[in-house]
Design a binder for this molecule. Structure first.
Ligand code: ADP
Ligand code: MG
Length: 232
């Protein structure tokens, strides 16, 4: 079990931030669909992984000390060939070292480019009185500016998952808007229920952030994930 292997590594620290690769491994094991994401520790390995996964790919800095990867110049999307991957590898390393000189850099995560979809965010936080609480909202400005999010206490029942999605003001955007595809709402409900089950059985997880999740007419995929563990 990847989950217990990673939990075992957490050690004595009060809070342990996991990398995107570890977070996606735990979520994947819980049945939540994530982009296949693997670590490269050299440029050659990044190219080899890209060729194995198939272009276009995305490269991202992998460091627990850099949680906002794009802010540090640590994300390059839509890389279409070997030359683009090699250049992105150097560019990411250079800008992240400049932006965060003390960060411990594990390597660079390579993943396939997910096709664009409706962006949603799904998260888990621990409320001091209610315990684990799930959050659902639309991505980007909807959550950052409009705070259009719904919360439910873990464990969720099936109707909690659908109520949460129905509750957000931007719900119409999930139903297909101006020619945009509708989102697969039953699939998103299932993601919420699987995340609820994971949070419910794993006390050591303090926080989960799946941001963004791309929702499609059929299915959805987590393209970025973060998990924080907390020692009791
Ligand atoms: P950050 O740490 O800055 O949140 P993200 O991993 O979320 O980094 O990447 C930033 C943005 O890049 C995402 O919001 C998304 O739009 C895009 N992105 C990231 N990974 C992928 C991917 N695998 N496929 C397509 N787009 C991606
Ligand atoms: Mg993100």
């Amino acid at each position: 079990m990847i989950l217990y292997e990673i939990l075992g590594k957490a050690g004595e620290e009060k809070r342990t931030v996991l990398t995107e690769i570890e977070a996606k491994a735990i979520l994947g094991e819980a049945g939540i669909n994530c982009t296949d994401t693997q670590l490269a520790t050299s440029k050659e390995e990044a190219v080899a992984l890209s060729e194995k996964m198939g272009y276009p790919v995305v490269l991202k800095i992998s460091s627990v000390d850099i949680s906002h990867k794009s802010d540090a110049g640590g994300v390059k999307v839509n890389l279409k060939d070997k030359a683009a991957v090699e250049k992105a590898f150097d560019d990411i390393m250079n800008s992240c070292k400049a932006a965060c000189p003390h960060a411990n850099i594990e390597g660079i995560a390579v993943q396939g480019l997910a096709k664009a979809g409706t962006e949603v965010i799904i998260g888990m936080i621990k409320d001091p009185s209610f315990g684990p609480v799930l959050m659902f909202g639309l991505g980007g400005i909807f959550v950052e500016v409009l705070k259009d999010v719904a919360f439910r206490i873990v464990p969720l029942e099936k109707n909690d998952a659908s109520d949460m999605i129905n509750e957000i003001k931007g719900k119409k955007l999930l139903e297909g808007y101006r020619g945009q595809d509708p989102a697969d709402i039953p699939f998103l409900e299932d993601m919420l229920l699987k995340l609820s089950a994971l949070a419910d059985k794993t006390e050591a997880i303090a926080e989960i952030d799946m941001n963004p999740v791309f929702a499609y007419k059929q299915g959805a995929v987590v393209v970025d994930a973060r998990i924080i563990l907390e020692a009791d």
